[in-house]
Ligand binder design. Structure first.
Ligand SMILES: *[C@@H]1O[C@H](CO)[C@@H](O)[C@H](O)[C@H]1NC(C)=O
Ligand SMILES: *[C@@H]1O[C@H](CO)[C@@H](O)[C@H](O)[C@H]1NC(C)=O
Ligand SMILES: *[C@@H]1O[C@H](CO)[C@@H](O)[C@H](O)[C@H]1NC(C)=O
Ligand SMILES: *[C@@H]1O[C@H](CO)[C@@H](O)[C@H](O)[C@H]1NC(C)=O
Length: 358
């Protein structure tokens, strides 16, 4: 039946991203969407390498998931403050409350201790909350929750420090895509003589309304490949900003020395050797200014069409989007991990993860 579904669905629909993405970065570094059909070509010929199965204790919740007591205080630029119009929309209000808090803390030399998970009362905060689609309701309710236990970790992934860390957003059920990536553009090891490492970012697989329980299979997969990072939250579109932030926190602790980070989806194809050569040709030193490279999306604004996957109501956010790199795949310098993580505490989560990064 699966074979048949494949035949039926492949020729017609590029099944994953409707907005097929093609990034032309200099020197012929091309990211493009690899449809599921092509991925199946790879998957049909895969063989599991002989590395043996190490059972994992999946009951263990790593230490690194406890909320940090205090976080670095930062200066927020006037440019950014002016960028967020003072409006009554929910997100804008929250951001301005944060600006005020930061000013106050700077004046009084206070410290910022982020609150633990506080659920937001949507009906109390947003007039037309009952008209929001359910995923957005969930988003608003959990906007103040940034800490979830880590279930699978690889704290030594970046020892020795890689030149390029490939970070792929995946979901537990998408084993075939991960395997295709491992066997093609995400292969760990030396590329053009430089070390490349791979991790996949995953939410929960525990069943109980979070999708089927694939915990045991996932443990097996990780035992074979050792490239999964998993946290215990519901893995949905509007939790991708949460996933991003949990990754930044992980990278700040375990991978601050990676020279470059590539962050992308699991349904794309990346020309890894071309990217590595391009990055090497930049000839950056420790003190060079950091890079943020990808398909730049400038002057975008929220979509107000209720039918759009990326619908953002005007009572949630008012204003334009900052310039950002399309989330299908972008690259940034490892030296940005620390500042990005620090800044992330002072910006309310936004439902669209690449906009949040921008
Ligand atoms: C995990 O917890 C369950 C139930 O608490 C227990 O039955 C199981 O043996 C534990 N597994 C490991 C690997 O410790
Ligand atoms: C869980 O893992 C951490 C880090 O690997 C370890 O220090 C801790 O002892 C483990 N806890 C349990 C209950 O197994
Ligand atoms: C994000 O994850 C949390 C924790 O699992 C869940 O309660 C919440 O509903 C999720 N948010 C969205 C938008 O799915
Ligand atoms: C790289 O930079 C160093 C010093 O900044 C310079 O000496 C060298 O010629 C550069 N190499 C290339 C290939 O541009």
């Amino acid at each position: 039946r699966r074979e048949r579904e494949r035949e039926i669905s492949c020729p017609r629909t590029p099944p994953i991203h409707k907005e097929m993405m093609r990034l032309n970065v200099q020197n012929g570094v091309v990211f493009g969407v690899l449809g599921i059909c092509l991925i199946n070509v790879f998957v049909n010929i895969f063989r599991i390498p002989q590395r043996g199965y190490r059972p994992r204790n999946l009951n263990n919740t790593s230490e690194t998931t406890q909320p940090v007591a205090r976080v670095e205080l930062i200066q927020i630029s006037h440019q950014f403050k002016n960028f967020v119009p003072v409006k009554s929309a929910f997100w804008n209000k929250r951001q301005h409350q944060m600006f005020q808090l930061v000013d106050l803390l700077l004046e009084t030399s206070g410290v910022y201790i982020p609150p633990r998970c506080q659920l937001t009362d949507g009906h109390g905060s947003i007039d037309n909350f009952n008209t929001y689609p359910q995923p957005l309701k969930d988003f608003v309710r959990y906007i103040g929750c940034r800490h979830f236990p880590q279930l699978i970790d690889h704290p030594r992934k970046c020892q020795p420090e890689p030149f390029l860390l490939l970070v792929v957003k995946s979901v537990v059920g998408s084993f075939e895509r991960r395997q295709a990536i491992r066997e093609t553009w995400g292969k760990e090891g030396k590329v053009e003589g430089l070390e490349v490492r791979l991790v996949f970012l995953l939410g929960s697989s525990r069943g109980e309304g979070y999708g089927p329980n694939l915990k045991a299979l996932l443990g097996f997969e990780d035992g074979l490949y050792g490239d999964l990072l998993q946290w215990d939250f519901r893995d949905t579109l509007f939790n991708l900003t949460l996933k991003d932030t949990l990754f930044l926190r992980w990278a700040d602790t375990h991978c601050p020395g990676a020279r470059y980070i590539f962050k992308g989806d699991d349904d794309i194809f990346l020309n890894t050797p071309a990217l590595v050569s391009h990055l090497r040709s930049l000839n950056q030193t420790e003190t060079s200014s950091p890079i943020y490279l990808g398909q730049s999306i400038l002057n975008a604004s929220p979509l107000r069409d209720l039918k759009s996957k990326y619908f953002i109501p005007s009572t949630l956010y008012e204003g334009a989007y900052p310039g950002y790199m399309g989330g299908g795949g972008f690259v940034y310098s490892g030296s940005l991990i620390k500042p990005l993580y620090a800044v992330s505490h002072y910006i309310p989560f936004f439902p669209i993860d690449d906009v949040f990064t921008g």
